[in-house]
Design a protein around this ligand. Sequence first.
Ligand SMILES: [Zn+2]
Length: 274
Amino acid sequence: MDRQLTLMVVHAHPDDECLTTGGVLARYSDEGVRTVLVTCTNGEQGDGEGGAKPGEPGHDDAAVAAKRLSELRESVSLLGVKHLELLGYRDSGMEGWDGNGHPDAFANVPVETAAARLAELMERYRPQVVVTYDATGGGGYGHPDHVQAHRITVAATELSGIPAKLYHTAMPRSSMKRMFEMMRESGLDLDFEPSDDFGTPDELVTTVVDVAPWVERKLKALQAHESQGDNVFLWRLPEEVRQAAFSHEAFERVLDRGDVSPIDEDDLFAGLRD
Ligand SMILES: [Zn+2]
């Protein structure tokens, strides 16, 4: 039986696709898996012209959204993603920002409403594997739109009954620690010190995918999102740190219908190939 393997990755904002899933999107696309990226919001609360934040002069929601969606299209083509689906919700902004209260903000949309739309996409593409964030928005990140993306993906998975496996993206604490040590050793000036509970507890990680040959593509996709200043430090990492930080992507498997996954999995489609 020849069936089309399909990977669906659900993210909150334009640019989120790169860091934790850019490698698997590029790798599986190259291997002939059909890849679908669902981006839930337009990213209106991102940086505007000259780095202007929402509410500051020079920040225009519509212009930011247009810019970010064009950056997203470039990123997606660099990663070889076959289908980009935009849910088009309004970016809620970081936790505590004024944008949180906007009635149209993604985080304020009833879960069942957005989940029904995502379930329709699952019906259309019939992905065996779906990836999104954990309940904290990804290793404790806490962004309201990331938490909401998690909620609607879990709900749509249940509603549609389609994905055989559901994964959360993971940033293992031990790798995070190692990466920050390497950054310090290489003399990078960090204005961010990760707390001990930053990242995903190592014991939750079920799956690590080697994406070393796709590191450069991942970096180029990240650079396509040039309007977002928070990403810039990632482009400037010394080569060895970049390889160490970007060459593997880790996941926590939270659903495995039929119990097909081996222990120590290195492939999201393990157990699902003919
Ligand atoms: Zn995001």
